[in-house]
Design a protein around this ligand. Structure first.
Ligand SMILES: Nc1ncnc2c1ncn2[C@@H]1O[C@H](COP(=O)(O)OP(=O)(O)OP(=O)(O)O)[C@@H](O)[C@H]1O
Length: 256
């Protein structure tokens, strides 16, 4: 039987202060599918993503990654299966140099020598950071976009089956954002991308899931939801630029 890389059943989550961040979320993502997760501030996106590598333990419901339920005894395998790229690269980059940072997870896995060098170099190249130029640099001195790419390289080096990204285009300049879109587009991995950048969702994802107040209120074709201004408005979202331009009807010239 073929298993979906991500399946969530009736997941609910309440923060200790009583805020219900997720309310009976169910969804399933197929292999190599690229899915956008959108929703207004506070709709529950980050809370949902934190379940994928056990940063949060399910309170009610179940999260299944690969064939494994997210629970303490499976976390090691699950963290090899899902690569999570946080919203803020500063939460992810903590080694002195870029090279050491990308090598960190691999070293934890016991990978050494030529295999280590090869995987670090390959991951850096895949995010367009030349290892010879960037490897020895201090990660704290990089620009926001460069840091983001280092964080992605660290995750890719682990060769996960699923890539989960929280706000990948936040803080990127237009050119870095474009490069990121091209990079994600070229990766033959299952991807779940939480984003406020609906144009990015349109470009990369055939399928979009809309969260609103912790509930899935839409799960389906990206173009359908993006071309439905009322649905977007109801869930505090704005039409992406590629859909919101006023119809500029070409006026028929009276002379023709
Ligand atoms: N550590 C926390 N303690 C208490 N409540 C929290 C905590 N983190 C998030 N929340 C609350 O849970 C709800 C969902 O927040 P979450 O961060 O998952 O939303 P989000 O969709 O990722 O938002 P954003 O788009 O702003 O990143 C919000 O009401 C938020 O205030």
């Amino acid at each position: 039987m073929h298993h979906n890389p991500i399946t969530i059943y009736n997941l609910s989550y309440c923060y200790p202060d009583g805020i219900k961040a997720l309310n009976s979320v169910s969804l399933s993502i197929r292999a190599t599918e690229r899915v956008a997760l959108v929703g207004a501030n506070g709709s529950g996106k980050s809370t949902l993503l934190m379940h994928f590598n056990g940063l949060i333990a399910p309170q009610v419901g179940e999260v299944i990654v690969g064939e494994l339920s997210v629970e303490p005894r499976n976390l090691k395998q699950i963290r090899n299966f899902v690569g999570l790229v946080f919203q803020n690269p500063d939460d992810q980059i903590f080694m002195p140099t870029v090279w050491e940072d990308v090598a960190f997870g691999l070293l934890n896995q016991g990978i050494r020598g030529a295999e280590l060098d090869h995987r670090v170099a390959h991951a850096l190249k895949s995010v367009e950071l030349e290892p010879d130029l960037y490897g020895a640099r201090n990660a704290t001195g990089l620009s926001g976009g460069e840091k983001k790419r280092v964080a992605i390289a660290g995750v890719l080096a682990m060769q996960p089956q699923v890539l989960v990204l929280d706000e990948p285009s936040a803080q990127l300049d237009p050119r870095s954002r474009r490069r990121l879109i091209e990079l994600l587009d070229a990766l033959p991995l299952t991807q779940l991308i939480a984003t406020h950048d609906l144009d990015l969702a349109v470009e990369l994802c055939d399928r979009t899931i809309v969260l609103s107040e912790g509930q899935v209120v839409y799960d389906g074709d990206t173009h359908r939801v993006m071309s439905d201004p009322e649905l977007l408005e109801r869930h505090a979202l704005e039409s992406p630029l590629s859909y919101s331009r006023p119809y500029c009807q070409i006026e028929h010239s009276p002379l023709v």
